[in-house]
Structure formats: structure tokens, C-alpha cells
Design a protein around this ligand. Structure first.
Ligand SMILES: Cc1cc2nc3c(=O)[nH]c(=O)nc-3n(C[C@H](O)[C@H](O)[C@H](O)COP(=O)(O)OP(=O)(O)OC[C@H]3O[C@@H](n4cnc5c(N)ncnc54)[C@H](O)[C@@H]3O)c2cc1C
Length: 393
């Protein structure tokens, strides 16, 4: 298949953090690879801060290290997460997650999304094994057992033995391949900004399910946190439109002084929330990775972690097939990839959605359930340690 200039062994659509990780995972293979990205090369080469601070598990850090990307990220962009507290309404009670046995090992590490993208892009550039085709999105895709062909917005046609869609939770490629998805637009948005604050955070994250809002405070450098406010979308849009002074006043009121006096340390960013679960993660000569397969709610901070683990499995299946001189789009291999990802991600995906439903409802039964849930969690060490282990995995 990979002979002429526009034919490849693998085409990856989407140079987000998962698409780039996948391309980096295949850096040492002999495969002819193209990465197609709608954004310009300049934007890809210097990704702008987008407000997202990604909580990486130890497994994800291990994968980024294997790819050579972890050491490219500067130490000042890595903020250890030593613990987390979950609060409900005005109750003083907190469900606590800490490092096991008081060890100094963090639960995870927070890294800005743009720094992860930047590091992975540098690795792809350094290895020089993948052709980057930027500035045009995919507008047409056809696939069969023999291979896949895509058409870009500039009319250019590319063919590949395997097409891999990594083009976000609203993946156009997924649609073009005829793969349906459960898409749940939640009607809420997450408003994010960095703040400087008076009280120390001790590297402890706070997730606070208050009435009609959820506030998360993620500890970054000393005296700096990322504040994430989840609200009905119309209210979040209203806050976004306020000038800095009014916004800060509103923010301080909503945080009820937990961090003391605050000042803004970044712009504001807004993310309308939607979860997605693709009905299939593969098609003949095609596979979905990252958010194109599973778009998690950010409250449990696992979307990228799951996507990173998934791309590693797919890349490994491809490399094994290549080494054994088998087809790199072998339907059995793609089936195994899909089954494993489904099995490993489904419990967390569904548990997260139940949690979101429970904690965003103002029904008295839901309020009681979350109050009891937190207390039960605190008094059942296996629940607490189980969740902490999951966060650390
Ligand atoms: C507020 C927030 C906080 C989060 N926090 C965490 C966290 O703490 N931990 C965690 O693990 N995850 C977190 N996530 C989830 C994480 O950001 C995503 O899971 C991750 O970005 C998915 O990466 P991706 O590469 O699959 O998709 P994306 O990041 O969506 O990238 C998709 C890429 O494809 C390109 N593209 C789109 N359409 C086309 C097309 N038609 N043709 C060509 N290119 C196209 C886009 O330009 C983009 O570059 C958070 C998400 C949000 C919104």
C-alpha cells in the first residue's frame, strides 16, 4: 500500500495529545506514517495554554517517559498531587485521599495540556519518522478490508493500510467511517482559570460539590491553583463575560474564601461538557483512539490517561503484527484492541457518569445519597484505598 507519495501504512487523523502519542509510539517501526491535523503547523509547534491541567497517573508518566516526552517537560511545569479532598455542600466533612502510608510519593502529577502536546510534538519532530500534514481537515473517508482513503479539505487524497481517528470527542472521521456514538451534551460548562491565593494549598486538590455548582481547586506552584467551576452553560457564559474585577469578586464568593484573597493568574477558558462513547472502536482498516473512542467527563481526570493507555495497546498490536509479517490492520488484532479498551475503560466511564448525575442533582434523595456516600467512603478503607490506587495507577 505504502508506495507512492500519498500512500502510507498508517494515517493518523488528529495531532492532539493522543494522536501524537500514538505516532511517537511507532517511532522505531519501519512503517510509513502520516499525521493529518486541522490546525496549522505553527500552532501545533507552539501550542497555546488552554487552561487544562492534566492530572497524570503513574502509568501515564511511565508511558510518556518511554516515549521520551516526560523529560522534555520542564520541572516547573510538573506539580505533584499529594492528596485530594472531596466535600459536599456546606458540610465540613471531607473524604480524604492521600498517598499510601503517608509516603512522599504523590497520587499523580499535574501538567498543563499544552506542555504535554509541546513535548510530544518535539519528539515527533526529533524522530522525523512521521509526515505532518497540517492546516487541512478530513472531509471524506472510505474504508474496506483492503485499506482506507481520505480526502482533505484542499481536495488532496491519501490512502493507507490503516486509518486511525484521533480527532476529538466530536470526531468527524468517526462519522465518516459510519461509526455511531452515544454523545451526551450535559448542558453544563467548565470555566477554568489560574489564580494566585493567600492560603497555602499543600499540594492537595479539592473537589467540592456545592449546590448548583462544582468547584475544583488543583494545586500548582506554591500559592497558585487552577480553579475549575462547573455550572449550567448559560451561567458559565455570563461569568465569562464579566470584567476581571467583577469576575474575581464572583469567584471569591463562590469559593467562600477557602483559598483566602485571590487574584487572577491567567485568562479564563470555557469547556461545554459532553461525554461520548463510540459504538465501535474499529472498522475495516480503521481504529479509533483517544477521545474519538471515549470522551470522559473531566471530573475524574482520566480522559487522557485512558487514551494514552489505549494508544499504547494499539501500537503494540501493530508492531507485533509487523514483526510477525502479518497484516497491520488484522481484524483480530483490532478486535482485541477494542475488547481490552472497552473492558478497562467501561467501569470508570460509567462510574464517572453516575457520580456526575448524583452530584449535579439537587433532589433531596441525591443530596442524602452523596452525604452518606462520602461518609461511607471514609469509613470503608477498602473503598478509599481502592479509589486512591485507581488514581495512582
Ligand atoms: C477541562 C478539562 C480538563 C481535563 N482534565 C484531564 C485530566 O486531568 N486528566 C486526564 O487524563 N484528562 C483530562 N481531560 C481530558 C483530555 O483533555 C482529553 O482526553 C484529551 O485531550 C484527548 O486527546 P485527543 O488527542 O484524543 O483529542 P483532542 O485533544 O481533542 O485533540 C484532537 C485533535 O484533532 C484535531 N482535529 C479535529 N478534527 C479534525 C479533523 N476533521 N481533521 C484533522 N484534525 C482534526 C484537533 O485540532 C486536535 O488537535 C480534561 C479535559 C477537559 C476538557
Amino acid at each position: 500500500m505504502a508506495g507512492c507519495d500519498d500512500s502510507f501504512d498508517i494515517i493518523v487523523v488528529g495531532a492532539g495529545p493522543v494522536g501524537l502519542s500514538f505516532a511517537a509510539s511507532l517511532a522505531h517501526s519501519q512503517l510509513k506514517l502520516a499525521v493529518v491535523e486541522g490546525q496549522s503547523l505553527e500552532r501545533l509547534a507552539s501550542p497555546a495554554f488552554d487552561g487544562r491541567e492534566i492530572a497524570l497517573t503513574h502509568a501515564s508518566i511511565g508511558i510518556l517517559r518511554e516515549l521520551g516526552a516526560w523529560d522534555v517537560i520542564s520541572a516547573s511545569d510538573k506539580s505533584p498531587l499529594q492528596g485530594a479532598r472531596v466535600l459536599n455542600g456546606s458540610s465540613q466533612f471531607a473524604l480524604c485521599f492521600d498517598s499510601p502510608g503517608g509516603s512522599a510519593e504523590p497520587l499523580g502529577v499535574l501538567v498543563p495540556n499544552c506542555q504535554i502536546r509541546d513535548a510530544l510534538f518535539k519528539i515527533i519532530r526529533l524522530r522525523g519518522h512521521a509526515r505532518l500534514l497540517c492546516g487541512h481537515s478530513v472531509v471524506r473517508a472510505t474504508n474496506s478490508r483492503q485499506g482506507a482513503v481520505i480526502t482533505l479539505s484542499n481536495g488532496r487524497q491519501l490512502s493507507a493500510r490503516l486509518l486511525v481517528a484521533a480527532d476529538s470527542r466530536f470526531s468527524a472521521t468517526r462519522n465518516l467511517l459510519g461509526i455511531g456514538a452515544d454523545i451526551n451534551r450535559l448542558g453544563n460548562s467548565m470555566l477554568i482559570c489560574r489564580v494566585r491565593h493567600e492560603r497555602p494549598h499543600h499540594q492537595i486538590a479539592i473537589e467540592w460539590f456545592d449546590h448548583h455548582q462544582t468547584v475544583a481547586m488543583l494545586p500548582l506552584a506554591p500559592g497558585v491553583s487552577s480553579l475549575l467551576l462547573t455550572l449550567p452553560s448559560n451561567q458559565a457564559d455570563g461569568l465569562l463575560a464579566l470584567d476581571d474585577e467583577l469576575f474575581l469578586r464572583e469567584l471569591t464568593k463562590r469559593c467562600r474564601g477557602r483559598l483566602g484573597t485571590m487574584s487572577l493568574a491567567s485568562q479564563r477558558y470555557i469547556y461545554p461538557l459532553a461525554t461520548t462513547w463510540a459504538h465501535r472502536f474499529r472498522a475495516p482498516s480503521a481504529a479509533l483512539i483517544g477521545d474519538a473512542a471515549i470522551g470522559m467527563h473531566p471530573v475524574t481526570a482520566h480522559g487522557f490517561n485512558i487514551g494514552l493507555g489505549g494508544q499504547k495497546q494499539l501500537a503494540r498490536g501493530i508492531q507485533t503484527a509487523w514483526r510477525d509479517r502479518r497484516d497491520i490492520a488484522d481484524p483480530d488484532m483490532l478486535h482485541r484492541y477494542e475488547s481490552r479498551l472497552r473492558l478497562s475503560a467501561a467501569p470508570l466511564y460509567h462510574a464517572t457518569n453516575i457520580l456526575v448525575g448524583l452530584y449535579s442533582s439537587e433532589h433531596p434523595a441525591a443530596r442524602l445519597a452523596r452525604h452518606l456516600g462520602l461518609r461511607l467512603g471514609q469509613h470503608l478503607p477498602f473503598v478509599r484505598h481502592g479509589i486512591a490506587a485507581m488514581l495512582r495507577r
